[in-house]
Design a protein. Structure first.
Length: 166
């Protein structure tokens, strides 16, 4: 039983051991990809602009002029997303995991739609790789948001305040 006076989001409730393997994998995908993109864009914005995703491919520079402020903002926002996903993995709490999934979708769906509607600057191989990678990021967001947790997500205990009638 958790301490009802703690700052834990599951205050007054017994939490389960944590996310199932698919939910954990989704959170790892969000955390890892956001850390790589965010760290690169924030630490070396010109390199990110000129060289992302690497291996001789260029996905950012073909889509408008360099703007250091915007590239650094993209980096910082990706690191913020990585932080929430990492926190979900550490705390193993269903609400934090769902927040990470929701945040990944708020970012990922418009990003995917933009690129689906603006494939002109990319050759076929880059277009497919980009759309697949962005779709995987959206799928990870869906999986984290709707993710499964072993047993019930939160089981009320005797110290829990009564919830609304169900």
């Amino acid at each position: 039983m958790s301490d009802p006076t703690s700052d834990d989001p599951g205050r007054g409730a017994e939490t389960t051991p944590g996310p199932t393997l698919p939910t954990s994998v989704a959170l790892w995908v969000i955390a890892a990809s956001s850390t790589v993109v965010g760290g690169w864009a924030l630490a070396a914005p010109r390199s990110f602009y000129d060289d992302f995703p690497g291996a001789g491919r260029v996905w950012v520079a073909v889509d408008g002029p360099f703007n250091e402020h915007l590239v650094r903002d993209v980096g910082a926002l990706n690191l913020a997303l990585a932080f929430v996903a990492g926190l979900a993995l550490i705390t193993r709490h269903h609400l934090v995991a769902r927040a990470a999934g929701g945040a990944a979708l708020v970012y990922g769906v418009p990003h995917l739609l933009y690129h689906l509607l603006n494939l002109g600057p990319f050759d076929a191989g880059d277009a497919v790789a980009m759309i697949v990678s962005l779709a995987l990021a959206v799928a990870a967001g869906v999986a984290a948001l709707a993710g499964s947790f072993s047993g019930d997500a939160v089981r009320p205990t005797a110290s829990s305040p009564p919830g609304p009638p169900g």
